[in-house]
Structures are given as C-alpha cells and as structure tokens.
Design a protein around this ligand. Structure first.
Ligand code: PLP
Length: 447
C-alpha cells in the first residue's frame, strides 16, 4: 500500500497556551512545563523536544494496535477523498452497516444490534436512555431507576456522572439524575492486596444489589451499570464470581445488565471483550476507544435482539427510537473502525493480551517492596501500582512518579495515588521490562 510521509520538522509549538482550557488537566502546572507530543509510531510518542517516549497507556486506553498503523492511516485518507460525510438520519452509507456487522461478529453471542456514537460518554447516555425506553415500550414504564456503583466511571455527561461514583466528577454539578442508587465498590486492600488477576474476597458484595432491589422493589428498577473492570478509578478488578452474581440477580428481577466496556473492550483483558473473560453476557454493552484504535472518535452500543425487537413496532414510516448524533456512524470513523478491526484480526491482537499477561504480571509484581508501594494488581494487559499517599497531599506522590516517568521516557497514567498501565497490545516482552523499570526508577527517585 501507499505510505504517507510524515514530517515533524515544521511542527510549531505555540508560545501562548492560555486559550485552550485543557480537559482533566492541571492547567496551570501543565502550562508552566508543557508536555507536548508531536508524533507517534507503533509503541512510541515523539515529544516536542525530540525525545522518544514509550507508550505505557495506549494513549488513554484506546490505541490498542499501537500508533500510526498503515491500514488505518490509509483507510482514513482514502475515505476522506471518497465520501467525507453522509447524513446520519434517514440516510445511510455502506461502511457503517459493514462495521456494525463486523462488531457483531466478534461480540458475545446474543448482542446482535449496534448503535453508533462518538465517545464513551455518549455511548453511556445512549445505553441508559435505551434501558429506560425499553421498559417503557414493553409497558413497564415504572422501571425508571438506574443502579451504578461507587467509584464507577461512565464518562462525564449527566447520566454517566449520575450512575458513576467518582465524587470529584459529581459534586460540582447539582442534583444530577434522580432515582439513582449505587452498589458499594469492591476495593479491599486489607483482604486483597497484591492479588494476581481476579481477587478472592468480595463476591458477597454483589448481594448488596439484592438489598437495593428489595429496598426500591424490582418493579421500579430499569438497569444496573458496571465496568467489568473499573479502569479510571484506578483498576479495580471484580472479585471471583462477582459479575456472575450480578447477572443472576438482574435476570431474576427483569433488570437489564449494562457492561461499560469502554476500556475492557477490544482485547484489553486478553479476550475480545470483558464479557468473554468473565463468561457473563450483559443485555447492553458499551464500547468506544479501541473500536477505532483511538484515531477517530467513535463509540458503539451493542444490544440484544430482544431489546432491539421491542422497539420495532408501530407504523413503518415512524422513527422507532428518538436518539442519535450528527456523527453517528460517520464515514471517516466507520472506515477507521473497519481498518482497526482488520488490523486486530490480522495480528491476533484481541487475544494477544492473554499470551502476554503472565509476563506482564511477573514484571509488574516485581515492583513489590519498592518505595511507597502498598498494592499491585493486574488482569490481562492492565496493571496498577497503588502508592501510600503523602499525608495531607493526596495524589501528589503518584503525580510526581508520572512526571518522573515521562522525563525518563515512559508514559504512565495516574488517578489518585494509583499508577495505571495499559500498553498497546503490540508491546514486546522487552518493552514490558522497559516500562516496569521506568516505574521502578521513578519510585526510587521521588519523595
Ligand atoms: N466509560 C468508561 C468505563 C471509561 O473508561 C471512559 C473513559 O475513560 C468513558 C466511559 C468515557 O469515554 P469518553 O472519554 O470517550 O467519553
């Protein structure tokens, strides 16, 4: 195929950084000492000062096939020239249908229909609205409550922060959605510290759902939403049997189970989806990020035929579900998605994490005993190192570790005092070693 030449020689870094109010960023700190990325290829970023940085986070958990992969680059370039945009409502274009089919091919059995969005947050809103509307079209409109979980992250829109459980993402924004309740989170350092893979203790926390159902009565509850592995809150891995138990309880009570697989989707755990890893199929599955390798914004919500079919009634000229975005399934994103899924397939990336997981696990747990470390946990190609916070200055220690890693050529991510790692699924064994050694050196050098 044709190669597209990229030159960084004329990359200009502006002097004035004040206009861009950056997302989820310490703006003042950043603008004093900017960390600018100007190029990327495979496992590495290039910084504006010409350094190579090993990508230990797949961008933001999204660049699962690594950077600037030829198939994806070419598909986007070709699509821009061929069909740049087609109206999303009452019109179609072939690639969106093709992509939906390819997604269904690799999805857990029973999830046969796809709604497209532009992000994880939009996928979350779409899923929650679907759940409410589904019960309504079935004549059970009293099922209007949504149940999330403490420490859950479901993006930043109003539905998502309502069912989410990260306090700093919620507290500034008023009363949020009403009729929402939360299950307890599953983090338990006293019992589960240094667990490798799925932790042993805490299955009974799923029974808290039964208590919540009893409190509100099942007839008022529409859906339960969880991340199979909670990522953004600092990698919380579900206790053994926990998700199976949630499935049993929701099925028993006619409540929909929604998995937010924005992070766990597309090979992160060594299986195509988290649902495959845990052997639990939800009624609705939320995806984004890895769907297009992070290259063009896109999300997808997968639903069962039962949900889809419930809407397909009434006069045929009528719209069945009053929801959608200008860019739902847009041609550029669809082309990027198709090329991404082809790349995953050609290189076996949706299951490569399973081969690398034991190597990653050994390397990660070799950090036990390093300064400040109070827990290490891992599953598939996700790992976390939890640090003892500096008294009176939570998050500062992990942030220092992040800065030190970056200076030394390794990109990691922190939330609170937790360092998270989720490298592209193309990472080599020696690069796993490099990543972990980078974290080790940072831990030894910070206060
Ligand atoms: N849901 C989960 C589980 C996520 O991890 C994220 C992002 O990290 C989102 C939703 C939100 O996705 P986005 O930032 O694309 O809106």
């Amino acid at each position: 195929g044709s190669e597209i030449e990229v030159s960084n020689s004329n990359t200009v870094v502006p002097n004035d950084l004040s206009a861009f109010w950056m997302p989820f960023t310490a703006n003042r700190q950043f603008k004093k000492a900017p960390r600018m990325l100007v190029a990327a290829k495979d496992m590495h970023y290039t910084t504006s000062d010409g350094r190579q940085v090993l990508d230990g986070t797949a961008g933001l958990w999204c660049v699962n096939a690594g950077h600037a992969r030829p198939r994806i680059v070419e598909a986007i370039a070709r699509q821009a020239a061929e069909l740049d945009y087609a109206p999303a409502f009452q019109m179609g274009h072939p690639k969106a249908f093709e992509l939906a089919n390819r997604i269904v091919d690799i999805a857990p059995n029973g999830l046969n229909h796809v709604l497209f969005t532009n992000s994880g947050s939009e996928s979350v809103e779409t899923a929650l609205k679907l759940a409410l509307a589904y019960h309504r079209v079935k004549g059970e409109g009293a099922r209007s409550r949504l149940i999330g979980r403490e420490r859950g992250y479901h993006g930043v829109n109003f539905g998502g922060i309502s069912v989410g459980g990260i306090v700093s993402n919620r507290k500034m924004f008023g009363s949020l959605l009403t009729g929402v309740d939360h299950m307890p989170h599953t983090h338990n350092l006293a019992k589960n510290a240094y667990s490798k893979g799925v932790p042993e203790y805490g299955t009974e926390l799923a029974d808290e759902l039964e208590r919540i159902v009893t409190l509100h009565d099942a007839s008022t509850i529409a859906a339960v939403i969880v991340e199979p592995v909670a990522g953004s809150t600092g990698v919380l891995i579900p206790p053994m049997g926990y998700l199976k138990r949630l499935r049993e309880i929701t099925s028993k009570h006619g409540i929909l189970l929604i998995f937010d697989e924005v992070i766990t989707g597309f090979g992160r755990l060594g299986t195509p989806f988290g649902a495959d890893y845990f052997g639990v199929t939800p009624d609705i599955m939320i995806t984004a990020k890895g769907l297009t390798n992070g290259v063009i914004p896109m999300g997808a919500v997968l639903v069962s035929s039962e949900i889809h079919d419930a809407f397909m009634q009434g006069p045929e000229h009528m719209i069945e579900f009053f929801h959608g975005y200008t860019y739902s399934g847009n041609p550029m994103a669809s082309a990027a998605g198709l090329a991404t899924l082809e790349t995953y397939k050609e290189e076996g990336l949706l299951t490569r994490g399973a081969e690398l997981a034991p190597i990653f696990q050994d390397a990660l747990h070799s950090l036990k005993g390093e300064p400040h470390v109070i827990d290490i946990r891992n599953i598939g190609l996700v790992g976390a190192v939890e640090l003892d916070p500096i008294a009176g200055a939570p998050t500062k220690r992990a942030f220092s570790a992040f800065l030190k890693c970056y200076e030394d050529g390794v990109l990691v991510r922190t939330t609170g005092d937790i360092i998270a790692m989720s490298p592209p699924l193309i990472i080599s064994e020696s690069q796993i070693g490099e990543l972990i050694d980078g974290v080790r050196a940072a831990l030894r050098s910070i206060d």
